[in-house]
Design a binder for this molecule. Structure first.
Ligand SMILES: [Ca+2]
Length: 258
């Protein structure tokens, strides 16, 4: 039980849900105010192995802690190397409240990374029944060799999306490259940003751009939206209604703007 918590905290929650955390203090202490925090001392080898496995990931600063044998955890000066301790704060003089991360929060935004099956990157969620309609293609690309194509005559309605952690109440810039070769008949397509709560529930949906008519080659669509004040994740979604036409998307971006 405790081992699975350790895996979850170090392996998933910190890297994925709280990526702005720069340092972690691990209380491996017994009976602090009546609470036993000694996960590694008294909960058996599984917890220690879980800690050792997760802290050895490239996400964390490297050190000898990845081969931790002793318990309680020895101080970092025992490492006797120039490397930083296991979960060291970066060597920045900046205070804890520093400049927000302005990098693109989306994985495989340009569809250049092949997925596990050689097709889609697992970053993008495409309904399985849409696999023949929504495809990773090298027929055209705004940058690189690949883009995401949507093409049908059958009038399907569906959504394709990717979620990323966000700071509640913050403002984000969303953009993508769009090329409509075959104008959408009857229906349309929307790029939108959904705010999600901690349970993955949709709190609100804000449209970024809508398209229907053919474009002259590749063009850029985008906009700025504020996510819900209590949002923990945001979902960049392409929502298509009654697809009869062909369009391509590439170079998605979700960046914090303030
Ligand atoms: Ca591309």
């Amino acid at each position: 039980m405790k081992a699975s918590w350790v895996h979850q905290i170090l392996g998933q929650l910190l890297p994925q849900r709280f990526p702005q955390v720069r340092a972690l203090v691990w209380f491996d202490e017994k009976n602090t105010n009546g609470n036993d925090y000694s996960l590694l001392q008294d909960q058996g080898p599984l917890s220690r192995d879980a800690f050792r496995t997760e802290i050895n990931a490239p996400y964390y600063a490297s050190s000898s802690y990845g081969n931790l044998e002793a318990s309680p955890i020895p101080p970092p000066d025992g490492a006797a190397t120039a490397q930083p301790p296991a979960v060291a704060a970066p060597t920045l003089s900046a205070p804890a409240v520093s400049t927000p991360d302005r990098s693109n929060l989306l994985q495989d935004p340009s569809f250049e990374q092949a997925g596990d099956d050689g097709g889609w990157s697992s970053a993008w969620v495409v309904p399985s029944w849409m696999m023949s309609v929504v495809q990773r293609t090298n027929a055209t690309a705004a940058t690189g060799s690949y883009s995401m194509s949507h093409s049908s005559r059958a009038g399907e309605s569906y959504g394709v999306y990717q979620a990323a952690p966000v700071v509640g109440g913050a403002t984000y810039q969303v953009s993508a490259a769009l090329r409509v070769d075959d104008a959408l008949q009857f229906g349309n397509a929307v790029l939108e940003l959904q705010s999600l709560n901690g349970f993955g529930g949709v709190m609100e949906t804000k449209p970024i751009a809508t398209w229907q008519a053919a474009t002259d080659g590749w063009t850029t669509i985008g906009g700025t939206v504020r996510v819900a004040s209590r949002a923990e994740m945001a979902r960049v979604q392409v929502r298509v209604t009654s697809l009869r036409g062909t369009f391509y998307l590439d170079d998605f971006s979700l960046t914090r703007s303030e």
